[in-house]
Ligand binder design. Structure first.
Ligand code: ADP
Length: 515
């Protein structure tokens, strides 16, 4: 890669590390950026250089375009990789990079803009022959306008923010009497979240699947689709578990989805890795939902079944080189099955309330078919300043069943002590009959959430996990304190000695069994 030697990684957490690793494999230097509380974070320690941006609030650090451009220049970078979230889909950031003579590792600003406004994106997609959900082509003027359009489309309808993201400014309306209130609420929420209160209407589809297609486009005129990901397991529009391929997508449907996705990317002059999201109805119809003009959290499942490294491809494409995949037009087929569980700092038994604390102990799963993409290490403090995503556990297997067995085994190996995480939720989903049958749609969690989370803990696995976690943490304390019950770091007596779990485990004679 001649034009790029050093890349500024304008992000934090697992995706920053993911990009740093790709840079190193491509023989490039990676420069990290960080906020004050992230001083010792793993992305900072694994980079070749690091630049302090400012205090904890993202607006004063990871979202400050001026500081990031200055950091890239001062550290001698030729390119900037935005990761996902933060500034990754902000056209002004892509433009600021270009103006500063820096290569933005992502799509052109114009493509980000076209896809960022959802009504504009819908118009463009329709023009390109991509199916879109019935709805309005332009933002609604007022509740009267909303009522007229809803009647034309037919209830139920969904009010959506044109500038939307993360499910904000979205309201389901089942009948005429609810329009006014929903419209005002959606507008207020959109204005607050995006500084833009434009609202439009879509027909609400009953129990569709969320199916998305990964695309890659280079500057040599090639756009390829790398199959689908099934992302129907969501909570408040946030994905929790993703897999590739989807049990609902036949080779023929995959071909049609891929054609629509490449047409969509082509219609906006897309370059780099991107994702076209679709809703797939139970009858097999699909509709364009939106495009994510960036690398996505769930990209690893595609990497595992298609044998590509999407972040390395992004770097090559940014440097003006042709992409490595699909050379000579060989058809691409998924091989085996991959599943990703997002391990977040959220308490699944308390309505997924975001959790904070110090990750006192971490045992990372490994072995056949397992990939662990994490942004945290033992000893890290988790705060409320940033996204709760701590790590992604990804399992590959020759079949879906084998991938699930591996995921179960790996979730059993994973030990995180110090704060609640979504791990127990995943443990339970991996045993849920509907999940095992692949009966998924975007309402899965509404139906299954109560079932999987209220079910009594599995006597074997969950108890063993809790006991093992406590024993490991106890051992760790003994190791660092020289075995005298004192905390090695501050000379104080270790926090309360062995935990109740350890005492109980010892009483039960479980210790020998688990060691
Ligand atoms: P955002 O950009 O805010 O995430 P999206 O348009 O991507 O909004 O939609 C988020 C989620 O909302 C989808 O994954 C799906 O679960 C649901 N959704 C969106 N549009 C519809 C629709 N027309 N019918 C049913 N569900 C929808």
């Amino acid at each position: 890669m001649t034009s790029i030697r050093r890349v500024l990684v304008a992000n934090r957490g697992e995706i920053a590390l993911r990009v740093i690793r790709a840079c190193h494999e491509e023989g490039l230097d990676a420069v990290a950026v960080y906020s004050e509380p992230d001083r010792l974070a793993s992305h900072v320690r694994q980079a070749d250089a690091a630049v302090l941006l400012g205090p904890a609030p993202a607006a004063e650090s990871y979202l400050d375009i001026g500081k990031l451009i200055a950091a890239a220049r001062e550290s001698g970078c030729q390119a900037v990789h935005p990761g996902y979230g933060f500034l990754s889909e902000r056209a002004p950031f892509a433009e600021a990079c270009a103006n500063a003579g820096l290569i933005f590792v992502g799509p052109p600003a114009a493509a980000i803009r076209a896809m960022g406004d959802k009504t504009e994106a819908r118009r463009r997609m329709q023009a390109a022959g991509v199916p879109v959900v019935a709805g309005t082509a332009a933002p609604l003027r007022d509740p009267v306008d909303a009522r007229r359009e809803a009647k034309r489309i037919g209830y139920p309808v969904l009010l959506k923010a044109a500038a939307g993201g993360g499910g904000k400014g979205m309201r389901l309306v089942r009948g005429e009497t609810d329009v006014e209130e929903a419209f005002q609420a959606a507008r207020r929420e959109a204005l607050k979240a995006f500084g833009d209160g434009s609202i439009y209407i879509e027909k609400y589809l009953e129990r569709p699947r969320h199916i998305e297609i990964q695309v890659l486009a280079d500057r040599h005129g090639r756009v390829v689709a790398l199959g689908e990901r099934e992302c129907s397991i969501q909570r408040r529009h946030q994905k929790l578990i993703e897999e590739a391929p989807s049990v609902a997508v036949s080779p023929a449907l995959r071909r049609r989805l891929s054609e629509a996705a490449t047409a969509a990317a082509g219609a906006v002059g897309y370059i780099s890795a991107g994702t076209i999201e679709f809703l797939l109805t139970p009858t097999g119809e699909f509709f364009f939902l939106e495009m994510n003009a960036r690398i996505q959290v769930e990209h690893p499942v595609t990497e595992l079944v298609y044998g590509v490294d999407l972040v390395r491809e992004q770097l090559r494409i940014a440097a003006g080189q042709p992409m490595r995949v699909h050379v000579g037009g060989t058809p691409l087929h998924p091989r085996g099955h991959a599943i990703e569980c997002r391990i977040t700092a959220e308490d699944p038994f308390n309505d997924f309330l975001p959790a904070t604390g110090v990750l006192q102990y971490l045992r990372v799963p490994s072995g056949p078919g397992i990939r662990w993409d994490a942004g945290v290490e033992a000893g890290d403090e988790v705060t409320l300043f940033y996204d709760p995503l701590l790590a992604k556990l990804i399992a590959w297997g020759e079949t879906r069943d084998i991938a699930i067995q591996r995921m179960r085994r790996a979730l059993g190996e994973l030990i995180m002590v110090g704060l609640p995480t979504s791990q127990p939720f995943h443990v339970r989903v991996m045993d849920d009959p509907e999940f095992l049958r692949g009966e998924l749609d975007i309402t899965y969690l509404e139906r299954a959430g109560a079932r999987v989370l209220s079910a009594p803990p599995q006597p074997g696995l969950e108890r063993a996990l809790a006991v093992a976690a406590a024993l490991e943490a106890d051992e760790q304390r003994e190791r660092t304190s020289g075995g005298d019950g004192r905390d090695g770091r501050d000379g104080q007596v270790g926090r309360g000695g062995p935990s109740p779990w350890v005492i109980e485990a010892r009483r039960d004679g479980l210790r020998g069994e688990l060691e």
